[in-house]
Design a protein around this ligand. Structure first.
Ligand code: FCB
Length: 441
């Protein structure tokens, strides 16, 4: 059972008043009940052998659709202020699909946990395609329908989750749905998601929403050496991960050279894309070490790719790694946020960490406690350095369907037994509960 254990003896420093402590999940990764919604690109992708490592699908996942009351009770027990979940577009498009989110939001409000929905977390309806510009307008129409139904109780919204990963992994490299390997021809997917974000902000504002953000993945990019080829490759990767989405959103322009690669004249779109957001969400896991491409193929985080990408991802040596092999470097979060503050200055709105977490096996997950403890302290150092940070969400409440990894990677504060679907809080659940309570004491 969970215990309130602490790895470090020093108390975590106090965060500013009103700071939001939360946890995150996403629809496709936890809901199941695939028979009560239309198919998404992830259903099509997982149906093809070889795409998901353990051959699993998310048809049942954590069965959250039927067990959401138990999961809200776990959230209430955790004592968090807020819960970030996502709304499944193909479910909303199915008859009665919004009823589930209606019930979930009511249950959260009754438990005193603030609902923070993400409107798109990669599960695009199977008949749609981000290569089509029209998908952005379709997204805005769906967002209007959701706002109309939930906007009386939901006040904080997230438009998209990690459009960079959805573009790169899903459309450039093909290791995520929809499994395309378009390399640089995937760039319109980035532009259309950005446009979808801007149109969604307009739709949300028209529906009365005033607390809107986006969740982008970011991390410092470190060159593999001082060689100019490695530095150039790292700069390029930095543009793709840290600027391709942030520059249009916050500055209203693409990084030099990329605007020309986008479909058509994008200047009018950039005005829509840069509609001001109320806060900027950052998903942080680790820095990336990047060098020039190696040989005929490149190694992209364990996946062999054609050498047409002008970079390769290298191992960061001498640091602990998670079960996923991701390096554990809390200082990277401080570096990232202070770097953002330097780059965007007054144009950077308040920041919320919308995801941070790690995969480890076991119920007595001391490594997860150490990871979270280290990252919360690193976040506080960013606050002390003057970054306006307003919230922190752990990924994830539950172990869940980790995309191409299937169920093999466990990110939850709560263990899920996939045979019985029983939930068991891990040691880290007790740690997070005690940490959040100590912030209020
Ligand atoms: C992020 C995704 C999230 C989860 C974590 C581990 O990139 O947004 O759904 O898979 O990684």
């Amino acid at each position: 059972m969970a215990t309130d254990q602490r790895t470090a003896t020093d108390p975590i420093p106090r965060f500013p008043d009103g700071f939001l402590w939360g946890v995150s999940t996403s629809a496709h990764q936890i809901e199941g009940a695939a028979d009560q919604r239309g198919p998404s690109v992830w259903d099509t992708f997982t149906a093809e052998p070889g795409h998901v490592k353990d051959g699993s699908t998310a048809a049942v996942a954590c069965d959250h659709f039927h067990r959401y009351r138990d999961d809200v009770a776990l959230l209430a027990g955790l004592g968090v202020d807020a819960y970030r979940f996502s709304i499944s577009w193909p479910r909303v498009d199915s008859p009665g699909g919004l009823d589930f989110y209606d019930r979930l939001v009511d249950e959260l409000c009754a438990a005193g946990v603030r609902p923070v929905p993400t409107l798109f977390h990669w599960d695009l309806p199977a008949e749609l395609d981000w290569l089509d510009r029209d998908t952005a307008a379709r997204f805005a129409a769906y967002v209007s329908a959701v706002t109309e139904r939930l906007g009386d109780r939901v006040t904080k919204w997230i438009t998209l989750n990690e459009p960079a990963e959805h573009t790169l992994l899903g459309h450039a490299l093909g290791v995520h749905a929809p499994g395309r390997q378009l390399l640089f021809d995937a760039l319109p997917v980035a532009h259309h998601q950005l446009l979808a974000h801007g149109l969604a902000v307009q739709a949300l504002r028209a529906g009365g929403a005033s607390d809107i953000g986006i969740a982008n993945s970011h991390g410092p990019t470190w060159p593999a050496s001082r060689d100019s080829a490695d530095v150039e490759a790292a700069d390029f990767y930095d543009v793709l991960l840290n600027r391709l989405f942030a520059d249009p959103l916050l500055l209203g322009e693409y990084p030099a050279g990329l605007g020309e690669l986008m479909p058509g004249d994008v200047s009018a779109d950039l005005k829509v894309i840069s509609e001001p957001v109320d806060w900027y969400g950052v998903n942080y896991y680790a820095p990336t070490r990047v060098g020039a491409p190696e040989g005929a193929e490149i190694d992209f985080g364990g996946v062999r790719m054609p050498a047409e990408l002008p970079f390769s991802v290298r191992e960061i040596e001498g640091v602990p790694v998670t079960d996923f092999g991701w390096p554990v470097i809390p200082d990277g979060l401080t570096e990232l946020l202070t770097g953002f503050r330097e780059r965007y200055g007054e144009k950077l709105p308040p920041v919320v960490i919308t995801e941070n977490g790690c995969s480890y096996e076991g119920l007595d997950d001391q490594e997860r406690i150490a990871y979270l403890d280290g990252h919360v302290r690193a976040l506080h150092r960013a606050v002390e350095a003057g970054v306006d940070v307003r919230g922190y969400f752990v990924w994830s409440l539950l172990d869940n369907f980790e995309w191409a990894e299937g169920y093999a990677r466990r990110f939850g504060l709560v263990h899920v037994d996939y045979e019985t679907l029983a939930r068991t809080p891990k040691a880290s659940y007790g740690w997070y509960r005690a940490m959040v309570a100590s912030q209020r004491a």
